[in-house]
Design a binder for this molecule. Structure first.
Ligand SMILES: [Zn+2]
Length: 137
């Protein structure tokens, strides 16, 4: 049974899944993506088939979930590195989007109401240490 695969996360875009895959592989965890080819061919299909599934071996599940847990609230750049705050240089930076899902919609509304997020920006980084907001490059 130890060679069974477990789906530990789903992503709407395969680029997102690839970044997480790279992060897990850096820790020696074997990662398999499911349906990423289909979604790259037609991104509109992603929603319908439940996104790109990120799978690991059952024996790696616990460690993999811990890693996901530790990185999910902070943003990664295109190379899979944590985004650094330009002000205080910590890496506790969250990505806020206006429209991708309900949670980010709420972040957007809170950001808009509190004046920390320009309503023209679809995506914005915000440092959780010093609360500096800065645009996505
Ligand atoms: Zn900061």
């Amino acid at each position: 049974m130890k060679d069974t695969f477990v789906t530990i996360a789903r992503y709407q875009y395969s680029s997102e899944a690839q970044i997480i895959k790279g992060r897990l592989e850096a820790d020696g965890i074997e990662v398999f993506l499911r349906d990423n080819i289909t979604i790259d061919t037609d991104p509109l299909v992603s929603q319908a088939i439940g996104g790109v599934k990120l799978k690991v071996l059952a024996k790696d599940e616990k460690v993999a979930r811990e890693i996901l847990e530790s990185i999910k609230s902070y943003s990664l750049d295109d190379d899979g590195n944590l985004v650094k705050c330009p002000n205080c240089h910590t890496k506790q930076v969250g990505l806020y989007s206006t429209i991708s899902d309900f949670k980010s919609l709420i972040s957007f509304i809170i950001g808009f109401v509190s004046g920390t997020l320009p309503f023209t920006a679809r995506y914005q980084y915000k440092c959780e240490a010093c609360e500096t907001s800065f645009p996505v490059k």
